[in-house]
Structure formats: structure tokens, C-alpha cells
Design a binder for this molecule. Structure first.
Ligand code: SF4
Length: 317
């Protein structure tokens, strides 16, 4: 369904490149062997690109938690300016690459998204914050889905990241084609059940935004829609909400089902509800009926027809 390749930024050490302060790497097999089959990586090591060399003295964040300095631990050398400089340069380059997501190395004073230790001037832990490069990236690209390595072993986090990346790619494709209001409306329509599975409240807000009589100019409307779209997908899709969506969808053709078929579908939804089978099982069965009954309203719903690569990633062990 996506028209362009999925391009993701990544902390370079996660791909197995020996760029860490100790000359080692932090290769992550899920990223290299599984996710890497479906995406194009854009590796960045801000510390190496800032000219700090490998190996190099270990560093940490020190000082004001809102604007900490990057200091070497033993000798106290301040590398903040070098890192700020390369960050600015790299972010300008990344703007041209149309990234659909980013995977950061956790806990790094340059690359960690949060939970990075910040110390006071006495060397005592003061609070957690973000690495210098990661913080600037998130500020510059607030819609781009980001995640930290290590969290992908939680299936729910992995699924949500994959779903947001592919959804964002579709939104980027929409925007690059200078959408008409009809195209934006269609985009909203085909994502209806996906959005409802995350948050009916957010979906209603998007509906209101798109339907208001005194709508802002299209470009501004699309930008506001995109922000809300990504915020909605970041809300955790609960099992209960998924079950509501499945019931809602079945409502379109329930009266056309034979008793046995109806029982089969509802038993399957119930099994999913109780955690006995994955969501994909009732979705596939429902999809068969949507095709058979030619339910026009559901035919092109992304919820029922995810991108095949997205699907592979979501079901991989
Ligand atoms: S965490 Fe970031 S700065 Fe550190 S080695 Fe990996 S890519 Fe380089």
C-alpha cells in the first residue's frame, strides 16, 4: 500500500558497526535480521561524525537538565559544541531523506530518547533526560515515530512502532502528492477503523477537524490532521477497543450471515478477547466475508488490509 521505500534512521552501533566509545558495537539482531529486511537504514553515529574518534573516553551529561553539557567522565573535556554542531548539520541532511521512523540506542548521552542519566556538578545523579542528538531530532521531527532498541522484544511495542512507521509513510505519500480535500477525506475514511482501534475520542476530534465548515487552508488542515493522526496511533490499542472495532465491522454484514457463520465469527472474536488467538485470525475471517458480500464501506479499510510487509513484521516471532 505504501508507494515509497520505508527509510529509517538508526544509531549506527545498533547495526554492528564498531563505533562505540570502547570500540565495540551493540548489534541488535531484531533490527539487523528482521526489521532490516523491510526497511532502508540511514545510520548515524553523532559522536564519530563529531570527530571524537573510536575508541574515545566515555562521556555523560552534566549540569542543567534542560540543557546539559556533554563531558568526558575522567578528564572533564566538554564536547557539547562539537556535538551540537554535527547535530545541526545532520538534521539538515536528514530533512532531505524523508525518514519514516528512527531507532535510537538507549541510555546514550547522545542518542537516548529518555531515561538518560544527567549528573550534577558533583558527579551525583540528578535526573533523567534525553541525549543531545536525540532531543534535537525529536524537536525537529515531532511526527516521526521513534523508538529505542531493546524495547522491540515487547510484541505490543514492536507492533505499535511498525504500525506507526507504515502509517506515517502513507501520510508522507499523501502529502508529497499535494492532496486535494477529496484525497485527504479518503485518507481519513480508509483509516477509520485503524484509528478507532486506538482511540475513538481522537478519531472524533479528527472527524470534527476535517468536517468543520470554516476549515483552515488545505495545507494547514493537512498538517494539523497529520499531527492528530500520529498522536492517535501513539495511543495504545487495547484488546477491548479492538473487540469493539471487530463487532462494529461485523455489524455491516451480520444479517447476511448464516447462524453457523455468525457463531464462528463471534467465537473467534471471543477467543481473541481471551488471549487465545492473535488479532489477525478474526481479522482474516472478517476480511473473507467483506470480500464475499462486497461491503463497499469496508473494502479499502487499512485495518483489514495492512501493507504485506507491515503484516510480516507484526506477526514475526
Ligand atoms: S549510541 Fe549513538 S553516539 Fe553512541 S556509538 Fe551508538 S550511534 Fe554512536
Amino acid at each position: 500500500m505504501t508507494a515509497s521505500p520505508i527509510r529509517l534512521g538508526i544509531s549506527r552501533c545498533l547495526l554492528g558497526d564498531e563505533v562505540r566509545f570502547d570500540g565495540g558495537h551493540k548489534k541488535d539482531r531484531f533490527l539487523t535480521d528482521i526489521l532490516g529486511r523491510y526497511v532502508e537504514w540511514v545510520p548515524v553515529c553523532p559522536e564519530v561524525e563529531a570527530g571524537l574518534g573510536t575508541p574515545r573516553e566515555a562521556m555523560r551529561l552534566v549540569g542543567d537538565p534542560h540543557s546539559p553539557r556533554l563531558l568526558t567522565i575522567k578528564t572533564g573535556r566538554d564536547h557539547t559544541e562539537a556535538l551540537n554542531h554535527i547535530t545541526k548539520h545532520r538534521i539538515a541532511e536528514l530533512k532531505k531523506l524523508d525518514l519514516s521512523g528512527y531507532v535510537f540506542k538507549k541510555s546514550s548521552p547522545s542518542c537516548g530518547i529518555d531515561q538518560v542519566n544527567i549528573y550534577d556538578k558533583y558527579g551525583l545523579f540528578s535526573q533523567n533526560g534525553a541525549g543531545i542528538y536525540a532531543k534535537a531530532f525529536v524537536e525537529q521531527f515531532p511526527l516521526i515515530p521513534v523508538e529505542e532498541e531493546g524495547r522491540f522484544y515487547d510484541p505490543a511495542i514492536r507492533e505499535n512502532f511498525v504500525e506507526r512507521v507504515f502509517s506515517y509513510r502513507r501520510f508522507q505519500d499523501l502529502i508529497h502528492n499535494e492532496p486535494t480535500s477529496q484525497a485527504l477525506l479518503r485518507f481519513h475514511r480508509i483509516h477509520k477503523y485503524l484509528l478507532l482501534s486506538h482511540s475513538p475520542q481522537h478519531y472524533d476530534a479528527m472527524d470534527r477537524l476535517i468536517g468543520q465548515a470554516d476549515r483552515p487552508p488545505l495545507k494547514e488542515l493537512a498538517a494539523r490532521y497529520g499531527a492528530l493522526f500520529m498522536r492517535t496511533l501513539a495511543v495504545k490499542a487495547t484488546v477491548r477497543q479492538q473487540v469493539n472495532v471487530l463487532h462494529h465491522i461485523v455489524g455491516y454484514f451480520k444479517t447476511r450471515l448464516k447462524t453457523r457463520e455468525k457463531e464462528e465469527i463471534f467465537a473467534m472474536i471471543d477467543d481473541y478477547h481471551r488471549g487465545l488467538i492473535p488479532l489477525l485470525v478474526p481479522v482474516e475471517l472478517i476480511k473473507r466475508h467483506v470480500r464475499m458480500f462486497e461491503v463497499e464501506e469496508l473494502r479499502d479499510q487499512v485495518y483489514l488490509n495492512p501493507d504485506s510487509n507491515e503484516l510480516m513484521l507484526r506477526i514475526c516471532p
